[in-house]
Design a protein around this ligand. Structure first.
Ligand SMILES: Cc1cc2nc3c(=O)[nH]c(=O)nc-3n(C[C@H](O)[C@H](O)[C@H](O)COP(=O)(O)OP(=O)(O)OC[C@H]3O[C@@H](n4cnc5c(N)ncnc54)[C@H](O)[C@@H]3O)c2cc1C
Ligand code: SF4
Ligand code: SF4
Length: 470
């Protein structure tokens, strides 16, 4: 699978070459060209191209088959489930787990060959973020997070002792393990099956999916859109609304091995305009001298090049010697979530609802939790109506975590524009508040509030937000 460029539409603006975090796009005499072996399928160029010239090769071949299928009305297979889930990432698997536990017949459609792979994630999650949704099995965890090092632009390093902070997951192991649990609970899992079309305008009647050369139709009472950023579910529920440059973090990341990466359970965060404009860099140990090392930037704020360029610079400053095992690039939505969280009988979960924390980019806990809440809302009002389900889901999301994420989304504009001097001051504050103590159950909103209070820029934004919110 890869992206490609239609050279009849390309106007050679070279915008995609600037933003591709993998350096996978090059200039040809007529147009930009994607080198499939370097493309990590992150979809960033598709979102950015002003001409709509970039498409997923998977999506191009099938339109005629779908049309023929609809015309003939002779499905090769037609199946019915209470709940049909589009996408088998953390959000979809969590939804499937809770929906099947509640006794419903459930199908999950996942286009990948292997659950959780390829990885486009640093795999870090807080202890509470994982445990409140699912009890992890030992092989799902590559490493624990017990200490956090923050590196401020001016050179200060702050060490926070937080013995139960979280985990660095092994996402392929976790998602494959979850899929197995779900299959044992009776969920019908369709692997290597791509959803091609959502049928129905105001209400989803069915989805058409392709497995190898077969087209199958799945009908259901409720549908859960868990197909990630820019997926088909979001496009159905919110036609014409796309992520704009500046609404997401462009992330370049590698899984690497180096003798300089110890297996101590310490994660590193690096701030600063020269390191990662509008974002930060991270080093998350994975055990066996391996680590996910990456960074997220706001492309429009980056003066020196794309995310890959900044990562190359960071890697060579941080490590003397390393071997790259795998590229793990991608994008994270960093804007207000979609509201309402779905339309009619389709509920959006995880990245497809743009739920990640707009400041940290963390989206795994949001994906897992939203899957659970969506499934529970459907279970509660299955025999009632769509409005009640959407309202229940929205209310529970807000009270569980959503109201804080709304605040972070509002603060993001101020945070990404903090100067290096302001970041250094925040680092000093954090040192006073957090260093030289051991923390259990660190209250993150309280820490964020301390930071907001210390910065006139952030305090003004927060003040305006609360006036509108209350
Ligand atoms: C570089 C990077 C680092 C990150 N690091 C972290 C981190 O350390 N911690 C954290 O909390 N978050 C992190 N995130 C964010 C996190 O990875 C996402 O928020 C999370 O994966 C969202 O889960 P999801 O299930 O909503 O979507 P996804 O994980 O994207 O899953 C969507 C699934 O749907 C499938 N799919 C898509 N379209 C179709 C279709 N048409 N038919 C069938 N299946 C389909 C896909 O194959 C995929 O398996 C990171 C993101 C990036 C890019
Ligand atoms: S962004 Fe679109 S139009 Fe511009 S070079 Fe890339 S493919 Fe061509
Ligand atoms: S890596 Fe991402 S931005 Fe680069 S070509 Fe592939 S899909 Fe496009």
């Amino acid at each position: 699978m890869s992206y490609a460029i239609d050279n009849n539409l390309c106007v050679s603006c070279w915008g995609c070459i600037q933003i591709c975090p993998s350096g996978a796009i090059v200039q040809d005499s007529r147009s930009a060209v994607i080198i499939p072996e370097h493309c990590t399928d992150c979809a960033e160029c598709e979102l950015a191209c002003p001409r709509g010239a970039i498409y997923h090769t998977d999506n191009s071949i099938i339109d005629e088959d779908i049309s023929a299928f609809i015309k003939d009305n002779t499905p090769q297979e037609r199946l019915h489930f209470d709940i049909v889930i589009l996408g088998g990432g953390p959000a979809g698997l969590s939804a499937g787990y809770y929906a099947s536990k509640a006794g419903f017949s459930v199908a999950i459609l996942e286009r990948r060959e292997r659950f959780g792979y390829p990885v486009a994630c640093a795999e870090g999650i807080s202890t509470i973020g994982l445990n409140r949704v699912i009890h992890p099995q030992p092989n799902w965890i590559s490493s624990t997070i017990q200490k956090i090092k923050l590196f401020a632009p001016g050179g200060k390093m702050i060490l926070v002792n937080h013995p139960e902070a979280g985990y660095i997951l092994d996402r392929p192991a976790m998602e494959t393990g979850l899929a197995e649990i779900l299959a044992n609970q009776g969920v019908k899992i369709f692997g290597q099956t791509t959803v091609r079309k959502i049928c129905g305008e105001n209400l989803v009647s069915s989805v058409l999916a392709q497995k190898n050369t077969n087209i199958i139709e799945l009908t259901g009472k409720y549908f859960i859109g868990a197909d990630g950023v820019g997926g088909i579910s979001t496009r159905w529920a919110y036609p014409g609304i796309s992520l704009k440059m500046g609404d997401y973090h462009s992330c370049a990341q590698v899984l690497l091995k180096s003798d300089e990466i110890t297996d101590e359970p310490i994660t590193e965060f690096w701030w600063g305009k020269n390191v990662a404009p509008g974002g930060y860099a991270w080093v998350f140990p994975k055990g066996g001298n391996r680590a996910n090392v990456g960074l997220g930037i706001i492309p429009s704020m980056a003066e020196d090049g794309n995310a890959k360029h900044y990562l190359d610079k960071f890697l060579h400053n941080r490590l003397n010697d390393f071997s790259v095992i795998q590229r793990r690039d991608g994008i994270v939505p960093a804007t207000f979530r979609l509201s309402p969280l779905g339309k009619a009988n389709l509920l959006l979960v995880g990245d497809s609802a743009r739920l990640p924390n707009a400041i940290s980019g963390g989206g795994l806990d949001c994906a897992l939790l939203s899957g659970k809440l969506a499934a529970e809302s459907i279970a509660k009002f299955f025999y009632s109506n769509n409005e009640k389900i959407l309202r229940e889901y929205e209310t529970n999301w807000k009270s569980a975590t959503g109201k804080w994420l709304d605040i972070y989304a509002k603060l993001r504009k101020g945070v990404i524009n903090l100067t290096d001097d302001e970041l250094d001051k925040i680092a000093e504050l954090l040192e006073k508040k957090l260093a030289n103590k051991t923390w259990y159950g660190l209250d993150i909103p309280a820490v964020v509030w301390e930071i907001v209070k210390s910065s006139p820029k952030l305090l003004t934004i927060a003040g305006k937000f609360f006036i509108n919110y209350l």
